[in-house]
Design a protein around this ligand. Structure first.
Ligand code: SAH
Length: 404
């Protein structure tokens, strides 16, 4: 695709583009030279006309241009998409952390130079999830390139509906919905993570099916679970819980509000140990906040408590409310940790950064009347890298604390 227009920046608004930040916001634009249609390739120039970068325009969105290249000679064509996909796949093939699994995120959006594209591989079942107009336009080329690189058994295409809505001015066009709806195998597929087996529901699961971002952290937390009673709050399909059992836990309690997720958590136990849920491995369908309050009022205590809630803040305006929710959760969570036990607490809200999260956990400890020490700091798995020019890609943080 040839550029059909040049987007000219206001004076003084070229800095982030020069620093290779991949998002250009509408407020930085002085004028558009040409009459591009949404989805066209455009050049970006500073207010004196100096060429800076090239990307795809979408005037319906706040992020008016998604920047793709800072090389003037680089065309945005099929070969471009193929190069970006190949590079992303190659990086992961060289990554030692990804040798213990057949479930890998090959593409992580902007961090791989592909805004709005996620590609998760579940033992050969490839889920491609898109959240930008640009990704929608490039989808056939991207899928082609992925098929060429990783030779999947199957490709499932999905939309991140909430994000796509913003891209299409409020409503996702029918053609896009139809093309991306209701795909995926009816039966869950099986993946492997450090010798454990997990069923992943690609048709109706959360995220693209499994929380790949917590892969390393499941192993790190399991290392504290020898001989431990473990409360796995927000368990989803039992990821942390099964790793805890494999790490020698004597009791695991999974808690989630989703009956479907817990049904898989039970099937995952059977798959790994041949056992049925019972005293050693229970799944409780409940609201974690309510259950923790009940537990705290009684005298059931745990050696290890894992708190891995869903995203509480989606944008900066929600940070204060989210901070209160994290504080409440961690306060009641600490309340059921046996003195001398472990709290593994996470936040996947990108707008709550690691420093703020630590302060929140500190306030929770004060209010709970407990003394806590951070012994490990955790982040997202390496197939969710953080491109330094796009620090917003960092979203998952966790603390492992000793709680007295
Ligand atoms: N730790 C999991 C991922 C957790 S995702 C893993 O490693 O796979 C967050 C989970 O919280 C989801 O399964 C969702 O169903 C559940 N959830 C969200 N709100 C909840 C609530 N108030 N009480 C219980 N579970 C909740």
């Amino acid at each position: 695709m040839q550029p059909t227009a040049t987007v000219i920046l206001k004076s003084g608004r070229d800095r982030s583009v020069r620093q290779r930040h991949p998002r250009l916001f509408a407020g930085a634009v002085k004028a558009i030279d040409g009459r591009p249609r949404d989805g066209d390739v455009v050049d970006v120039a500073d207010n004196k006309g100096e060429w800076l970068a090239r990307g795809v325009i979408n005037q319906q969105a706040q992020i008016v241009v998604r920047l793709l290249t800072w090389e003037r000679d680089e065309a945005i064509d099929e070969a471009f998409w193929r190069r970006r996909v190949q590079a992303a796949v190659e990086r992961r093939r060289r990554d030692p952390a990804l040798q213990h699994t057949d479930a890998v995120r090959w593409i992580f959006g902007e961090s791989d130079g592909l805004p709005g594209v996620i590609a998760d591989d579940y033992a050969g079942h490839l889920v491609v999830e898109i959240s930008t107009l640009l990704a929608w336009r490039a989808l056939p080329a991207l899928v082609d390139a992925l098929v060429g690189c990783v030779a999947p058994k199957e490709v499932v295409q999905r939309a991140d509906d909430e994000r796509l809505k913003h891209e299409f001015g409020g409503t996702v066009p029918r053609a896009v919905c139809d093309a991306l709806a209701g795909q995926g195998p009816a039966e869950p597929v099986e993946i492997h993570e450090r010798g454990l087996r997990f069923l992943v529901n690609l048709a109706g699961g959360q995220k693209t099916g499994f929380y790949l971002d917590q892969r390393e952290n499941r192993a790190r937390v399991a290392a504290y679970c020898k001989g431990a009673a473990v409360l796995n709050a927000f368990s989803y399909t039992g990821g942390f819980g099964l790793h805890a059992l494999a790490g020698g836990a004597t009791r695991v309690v999974n808690v989630d509000s989703s009956a479907d997720a817990l049904a898989l958590a039970e099937r995952n136990l059977l798959l790994n140990s041949g056992a049925q849920p019972g005293q050693r491995y229970e799944c409780i369908e409940a609201d974690v906040f309510a259950l923790l309050r009940d537990l705290r009022a009684g005298d059931d205590r745990f050696d290890v408590v894992i708190l891995d809630p869903p995203k509480f803040a989606h944008h900066p305006g929600q940070v204060d409310r989210a901070a209160r929710a994290y504080k409440d959760l961690n306060r009641v969570g600490m309340g059921v940790v046996r003195p001398g036990g472990i709290l593994a607490t996470f936040s996947c809200s990108g707008v709550v950064d690691a420093a703020l999260f630590q302060k929140i956990v500190f306030s929770a400890a004060l209010e709970a009347g407990r003394e806590a020490r951070v012994i490990e700091r955790l982040t997202q798995a390496s197939d969710h890298p953080v491109l330094l020019s796009f620090p917003e890609a960092e979203y998952l943080k966790g603390l492992i604390c000793h709680v007295e």
